[in-house]
Design a protein around this ligand. Structure first.
Ligand code: BG6
Length: 352
């Protein structure tokens, strides 16, 4: 690999596999020793707050969808740089989950101290053994992504998403909102992610070629719904950070409340098409695609095999998965897109 970022993109199947390995015992129970949260602690939780910065914040946004569905505990997500200066309402029944690749991000560290001073329990999701954040937290779940050298986070994000899912499954199982068969089913679906990621990585070269068609564009918009919404935000963040292009991510339902005005003839819009028909999410995204196309957008859809996308100029296929797990797959083409846009525009990919 010419650059660390592409090397790390290709390390994602292994990073996800390592983060999952050995987490489910023969009896179907999740094994998360390094969490150090007792059954009593877990029963006591009445609110969960994810805090993080940058890309890690997006993993918290995705984690919230899973956490609330699987545990029925109210869950919030907040930027550490906002949380640390607020007066959040916390108690010893609040579980704060701090997410950080490096374990050294100052805003996240300060947010942890702010939470602990008010009696909250702090669990950290971290990729770096012995870093300050896990040392100051009450408990830690280490992601096993290996060192991330490129500044823009890639494999750390995927492992963080997986870690939030593992915590959600564990809490759901202990609190009885999930039974062990449900936990095993979701865990087994997660075990299929590395092979699906490998399939996506086989398409990197054509994706790079496609990306170069957009190298002269000055605005790229991203659209998603449900867990595809944080994926859209992540796609935009990567593009801003690496290629220095105006990029924004929107929730599909918000288009009509202003953002659609940004679309001009030829504006690239990357749409993450949901894997699910639940709540009509897929149809709603397809109608968003028609709306932006009517304003002249060039739509690039990210969608599972077999989904028909009328109006898309290009379709990037990813393997089908349950909706909750889709971000782990859908994020990868966006990483490659940002990488290639940065290369085409001559910016420094590894040290933006
Ligand atoms: C940013 C990086 O500056 O820091 C992001 O560019 C990263 O990729 C963010 O997500 C937060 O870092 P960390 O180490 O706390 O996850």
């Amino acid at each position: 690999f010419d650059l660390f970022m592409m090397k790390e993109i290709f390390e994602q199947p292994k990073a996800v596999a390592e983060t999952l390995v050995g987490r489910l015992a023969q009896d179907g129970k999740l094994v998360l020793e390094e969490m150090k949260l007792s059954v009593g602690d877990i029963a006591n939780i009445d609110k969960i707050i994810f805090i993080a910065c940058g890309t890690a914040f997006h993993s918290g946004m995705i984690g919230k969808y899973a956490m609330e569905r699987w545990t029925r505990i109210p869950c919030e997500v907040e930027l550490a740089s906002e949380f640390r200066y607020r007066d959040p309402i916390l108690s010893n029944r609040t579980l704060v989950v701090a997410i950080s690749q490096s374990g050294e991000t100052m805003d996240t560290l300060m947010a942890i101290r702010h939470a602990k001073a008010q009696g909250a329990n702090v669990l950290s999701i971290c990729n770096t053994q012995g870093a300050t954040i896990p040392r100051e937290a009450d408990a830690v779940l280490y992601t096993r992504g290996g060192p991330e050298i490129a500044v823009a986070s890639t494999k750390a994000l995927l492992t963080q998403i997986v870690a939030t899912f593992l915590i959600g499954l564990h809490l759901g199982e202990v609190r009885g909102t999930l039974n062990s068969a449900q936990v095993s089913e979701i865990y087994n679906e997660m075990l299929e992610l590395p092979a699906k990621l490998e399939q996506i990585l086989e398409t990197v070269e054509p994706l790079r070629e496609l990306t170069r068609k957009f190298a002269e564009k000055n605005t790229v918009l991203f659209l998603g719904r449900h867990v595809g919404f944080p994926v859209a935000l992540e796609g935009a963040l990567k593009l801003k950070e690496l290629a220095y292009i105006h990029a924004e991510g929107f929730a599909g339902g918000e288009l009509k409340h202003g953002p659609i005005a940004l679309i001009e003839e030829g504006t690239p819009v990357i749409a993450i098409v949901p894997n699910t028909h639940e709540h009509g999410l897929d149809e709603r995204m397809l109608s968003n695609i028609q709306e932006v196309r009517a304003r002249g957008a060039q739509v690039i859809a990210i969608a599972a095999e077999g989904i028909d996308i009328p109006g898309a100029a290009h379709i990037i296929r990813i393997p089908a998965s349950p909706q909750m797990l889709q971000p782990v797959l859908a994020t990868v083409p966006l990483q490659v897109f940002a990488y290639e846009m940065a290369c085409a525009r001559g910016t420094d990919v590894d040290q933006p």
